[in-house]
Ligand binder design. Sequence first.
Ligand code: PLP
Length: 461
Amino acid sequence: MDPTLATDLARLPDLLDATRHAAAENLATLHTRPVIPPATPLTPEPLPEHGSGTEATLAAFRHRWAPRLSASAGPRYLGFVTGGATPAALAGDWLTAVHDQNSNSALDGAGQDLERETVTWLRDLFGLGPAHTGTFVSGATMSNTAGLAIAREWLGERAGVSPSDDGAAALGPVRVLSGAPHSSIAKALSLLGLGRNALVAVPTLPGREAVDPAALDRALADFPGPAVVVANAGTVNTVDFDDLRAVAALKARHDFWLHTDAAFGAFAALSPEHAHLTAGLDASDSVCVDLHKWLNVPYDSAVQFTRRRDLQARVFQNAAAYLGPLGDHPDLVHLTPENSHRLRALAAWFTLRAYGRRGHREIVERDIACARAFGADLAGDQAFAVLAPVRLNVVCFTLADEPTPARLTALREAVGREVFVTPTVYRGTAALRAAFSNWRTTEADARRAAQALRTAARELV
Ligand SMILES: Cc1ncc(COP(=O)(O)O)c(C=O)c1O
């Protein structure tokens, strides 16, 4: 054994303690450190010929890299839709690496059973019925991709061909209809050989990002043959929800696969006040939910549900001499885009076991309250215009005067130590979004973030 490696092995408990100490220090200062640290250039180091061991490497990381990382796990990082890691999720994630399972088949231990148990809990959490089975994937983009891959196979079933065997070309032209899809849908279509141009934009309701069901009805009638509809349960800009029941009801008149992107909107089901937004989710043929967003497990984790596990297995089956047959309960290796994968479910299992439905409902409701407080503070300030009602956990806003991309960038940069928000364009207007999805965020954080923006707006030229 390499001598440095042997020394590390002998000192493993001490090294884990040192790492724990560094982690605790980092987390203790998460809410006081700059949310986005100032950019300072760093000269890349060459690959070392001889390593310096874990202790020296930990010191180097803490010196060179840690101060340059954002406080994205903290309470005022409001960019994209970003969760942190609850204490239990963090513990589960650490143990994922400790056990280092490749939990994809019955040849191994019970890892895939743990994943199945966790998926069942998640299915309950989001109000999906027993017809849905699910698997863990790396994020909502991959969940959307897997859902649309199953949709592609369903189109093949309708046409009497198998795209997974014969390629996407066997299908002929494909139409994927959606009101305001997330950008990852186009990426998925590119990856799946269906092409970004397969996406057909369906008009949304006036002043909304939710699809107009009557327009969708017409668009489906215009296209002969089976189609794919992507419903959106929580758009990124304004968290608008398609009327999922109305969309699903169109199945009585048209033949289509219904995929719902509920990456973070599915969590509305946890709040009795907002659960109606997800009514009808169960009728979807496939559903995407991200877990590294509002479940607050570390990256990278999402779940993908479907009613057609048989088609999923046709797409993702991995025939190899050493793997078991598909059977009625296929091993996960036959259901997921990856073959090998980490025991990704463990962090989700930990946080669901530790805090239960109630604990996660509290996080969701507190984040919604924070979004409302933040939105109200900006709406009460003449320097800002809030561009849409705060439906859930995102506030979409801009400067009342001259909302140019340059001024918004200047505003974002001016507040970067205090709060991080991301740029967007909403209805042709350059804007900003603040998304509340972290388990640590309090109303005081929301008000502090709003105050930072209000002060900076006064100082803008
Ligand atoms: C609605 C929606 N779908 C998909 C995604 C893609 O998620 P990820 O970056 O985890 O792949 C996002 C990310 O913000 C999202 O909001």
